[in-house]
Design a protein around this ligand. Structure first.
Ligand code: SAM
Length: 212
C-alpha cells in the first residue's frame, strides 16, 4: 500500500485495505510463488495500470490475477462498467471477496493461462484490454510469450496487455512482434513498481502462441 494514498483514505477504505492486506499475507504464507506479493497493489500503481487502458475501445476487459481487487477498483474509476469486466483469479478466497465487491463482474476461479477457453465459455471474442498482476518472472519465457500471444488473438485494434513488475526489465522479454512501453517507476509504491503495456507490432500480424 502506498504511504501517500493511505493518508487520503476514509476510515472505511482503510479498514477494507487492512482486511485485504491480511488476506494477502495469509495467501502469501500458503503459496508465496503463486501469490507473488506480500501485500496488495498500491492505489497509485492500480491507477497507473488503469490509465494504460482505454474504455472507449470496445469489448470486455480481462483482468488476470486480480487478487483482492485494487486494480479492478481503479478500472471502474477509469470508466469501465463492472459488467465489462472478466476477472480470472486462481485463489478461491480472493474469488469470494471479488464476487462480494464486484457483483456485476464475471469472476472465474481458474488459471489465467486458460484464458482462451474461459473467454470461449463466456462467448467473448473481443477484448478492449488485458490487465495482469500475475507473478510472471519465474515462468519460462515461452509461457510468458504464449500468454501475450493468446491475448493478442482477442484484443481489438488499439487495445493492449498491461502488466506490472517490481523488477527493472520488462517482465515479458521483448521481441519484434510486439511493442513494449513502460510507465515511469512509481517510487511511492511499496516496493517501487513499473507498469508495462504491450501491443502487437504494426504489420506483425497475429502472434502464434509460443513463438519467441
Ligand atoms: C501479485 S498478486 C496481485 C493481486 C492484486 N493486484 C492485488 O493487489 O490484490 C498476484 C495474484 O495472481 C493470482 N494468480 C497467480 N497465478 C495465477 C494464475 N495462473 N491464474 C490466475 N490467478 C493467478 C494470485 O492468486 C494473486 O492473487
Amino acid at each position: 500500500m502506498s504511504p501517500i494514498s493511505s493518508n487520503r483514505m476514509s476510515k472505511e477504505e482503510r479498514a477494507a485495505q487492512v482486511s485485504a492486506d491480511l488476506a494477502f499475507l495469509a495467501a502469501w504464507f500458503r503459496s508465496p510463488l503463486k501469490t507473488g506479493a506480500v501485500t496488495s497493489s498500491g492505489r497509485m500503481l492500480a491507477a497507473q495500470m488503469a490509465a494504460m487502458t482505454d474504455p472507449r475501445i470496445p469489448g470486455h476487459l480481462l483482468e488476470l490475477g486480480p487478487g483482492t481487487g485494487p486494480v479492478t477498483s481503479a478500472l471502474l474509476k477509469h470508466g469501465y462498467p463492472e459488467d465489462r469486466l472478466i476477472l480470472v483469479e486462481m485463489n478461491n478466497d480472493f474469488r469470494k471477496r471479488l464476487e462480494r465487491r464486484f457483483p456485476n463482474a464475471r469472476v472465474v476461479v481458474g488459471d489465467a493461462f486458460d484464458m482462451l477457453r474461459i473467454l470461449d465459455n463466456f462467448g467473448v471474442s473481443s477484448l478492449s484490454a488485458v490487465v495482469s498482476s500475475l507473478p510472471l518472472l519465474l515462468l519460462p519465457e515461452e509461457k510468458r510469450h504464449g500468454l501475450l500471444g493468446d491475448a493478442f488473438t482477442r484484443l481489438q485494434p488499439g487495445g493492449g496487455f498491461v502488466q506490472f513488475t517490481y523488477g527493472w526489465a520488462s517482465p515479458i522479454p521483448v521481441r519484434d512482434w510486439f511493442s513494449a512501453t513502460p510507465s515511469k517507476r512509481l517510487w511511492w509504491n511499496l516496493p517501487p513498481a513499473v507498469a508495462w503495456r504491450y501491443m502487437p507490432a504494426a504489420g506483425a500480424g497475429q502472434k502464434v502462441a509460443g513463438a519467441a
